[in-house]
Write a protein that binds this ligand. Structure first.
Ligand SMILES: Nc1ncnc2c1ncn2[C@@H]1O[C@H](COP(=O)(O)OP(=O)(O)OP(=O)(O)O)[C@@H](O)[C@H]1O
Ligand SMILES: [Mg+2]
Length: 474
């Protein structure tokens, strides 16, 4: 429609421009006045002659007031007696037409048309005007016909349908995209509101609600959803770790305070007794008090030392200074330390084979701790008359070590836990609770650093064997 209207306006402008001089030429060629009076008869004849120009032109003879004196069309069609002079004056005063000028159409009471006009003068006296309407009614009818044409209406209908279809498609596609986004947003909001729980099961339930977001598709919302699900899984894992560490820390604190309380109370008790009885008791008794107090202080220091050691091994920044050394010699040294204690309990300590050529690669200081822990445990849990043997088996680049005692053994239910910090088996020999249950935890950590795994076999009343392997070469 825009195209039809604009082309019509353009066509009018061109038509008016092309026929600017039409009226002037006709006025120059023909005579319309006889003296002062309009010559109606000859004018009508002239108009009749001019009909060969075609149906596009309608000629009118106007007087100076714009009154229609003669015309070239069917009288029944004339609706006006007069036309306005204003557009005629504008036309005459305009030298260059840059837009169409519309004048009143004598064949319609409201319509306006483009025209060409010329002044009819005699002796410089304006007698009237020759008013030529360009683009007659016929032209308008054709234009209206075009506008109401079937094809144009089909075109319009198609265009409207096209717009409607495009609009519906846009709504549908927008819905397709935004629906999963809405779902994901509401799920994210729910997770945000509920937060993570200390119970992993609850968090897993929340994550399971997001299982529709799976990896592997190219759909962006899906990728976002699955990334969010994975993020939640990771967060849950990390959160559970934090919770576990926090619980362990609390447990550790309660264990530490419990383990320290008894030797500390004993230490204080003996010191206070000694202070109160100073001068009243014998020198031997006095020395005994001090001796027991010192023993307790020693236990406390040992416990604290072990705690620090475990914390250090847990920190992850542990240096392992590996070197080659004779393992039999190291074990011999450790056994030497426990010789007196073993003799007191009549426990036989042995190493087999006593071959100092068997070498391993490891951190001597740390492995000494391992053997000290294992032999100390074995002596403590072996009744009088028993024996403790360290066996070395050298095979294919590995030296396997077995520490066997003929002690009380470990109950089966406790075996999986003996390497946990602070764990003591039910039949554990405590000796005044100076033992924090850290020895085997430290042992396991040190052997982990040597990429070695420790295993335990035990039978109640028969004895226990701890066993692990060390690399013979670096
Ligand atoms: N040779 C063994 N025979 C019987 N039970 C053992 C033996 N070695 C360890 N256990 C059991 O395993 C538990 C844990 O041992 P671990 O060395 O970790 O702690 P602990 O000896 O009690 O304390 P700590 O070593 O810190 O002084 C012991 O309390 C004991 O019940
Ligand atoms: Mg121990």
């Amino acid at each position: 429609m825009l195209f039809v209207y604009s082309s019509r306006a353009y066509q009018q402008e061109i038509t008016q421009l092309m026929h600017k001089e039409l009226a002037t030429h006709v006025v120059e060629e023909y005579r319309f006045y006889q003296g002062d009076k309009p010559d109606i008869e000859s004018t009508k004849e002239t108009f009749h002659n001019l009909m060969y120009l075609g149906a596009n032109f309608e000629f009118y003879l106007l007087d100076t007031s714009g009154k229609i004196l003669a015309y070239s069309t069917d009288p029944a069609k004339i609706k006006r007696e007069k036309v306005s002079l204003a557009p005629i004056q504008t036309y005459l005063n305009t030298s260059i037409l840059d837009q169409p000028i519309h004048g009143q159409d004598p064949r319609s009471l409201t319509g306006e048309k483009i025209f060409s006009v010329a002044t009819i003068k005699q002796n410089d006296q304006v007698q009237g005007y020759l008013y030529v309407i360009l683009g007659s009614e016929i032209y308008d009818e054709i234009a209206d016909m075009v506008l109401s044409s079937q094809i144009l209406q089909w075109g319009l209908g198609l265009l409207t349908a096209g717009f409607a279809f495009a609009l519906l498609s846009a709504l549908w596609i927008t819905g397709l995209i935004t629906k999963p986004l809405h779902l994901l947003t509401s799920q994210v909001k729910t997770v945000q509101q509920t937060g993570l729980s200390k119970q992993s099961v609850q968090n897993i339930q929340v994550i399971e609600r997001l299982e529709q977001w799976q990896e592997g598709t190219q759909d962006e919302v899906n990728i976002l959803g699955s990334a969010f699900r994975e993020l939640l899984e990771q967060l849950n894992e990390q959160y559970q770790n934090v919770v576990t560490v926090d619980e362990l820390r609390k447990e550790l604190l309660s264990h530490v305070s419990h383990d320290l309380r008894t030797p500390l109370a004993s230490l204080l008790g003996y010191l206070e007794t000694w202070e109160l009885n100073e001068g009243k008791v014998s020198a031997i008794e006095s020395r005994q008090y001090i001796h027991i107090a010192k023993k307790n202080a020693h236990k406390i220091s040992l416990l604290i030392e072990q705690l620090f050691e475990l914390a250090y091994l847990d920190s992850g920044n542990v240096q392992v200074n590996k070197e080659h050394f004779s393992i039999a010699e190291l074990i011999q040294d450790v056994l030497q330390k426990f010789q007196i204690e073993a003799q007191q309990k009549q426990i036989h300590l042995d190493i087999s084979p006593k071959d100092s050529s068997i070498c391993v690669c490891g951190d001597i200081e740390k492995l000494e701790r391992v053997f000290t822990n294992l032999i100390e445990n074995a002596i403590r849990h072996t009744p009088e008359g028993g024996s403790i043997t360290v066996k070395l088996i050298n095979s294919s680049g590995l030296v396997s070590v077995e520490v066997t005692d003929t002690g009380i053994g470990i109950p089966e239910a406790d075996i999986p836990h003996v390497f946990d910090p602070h764990y003591k088996a039910q039949n554990s020999v405590r000796e005044n609770t100076a033992h924090g249950g850290l020895g085997l935890a430290i042992t396991k950590k040190i052997l982990d650093l040597h990429q070695s795994e420790i295993a335990v076999k035990s039978a109640i009343g028969q004895g226990t064997t701890f066993e692990f392997s060390l690399a013979a070469k670096a």
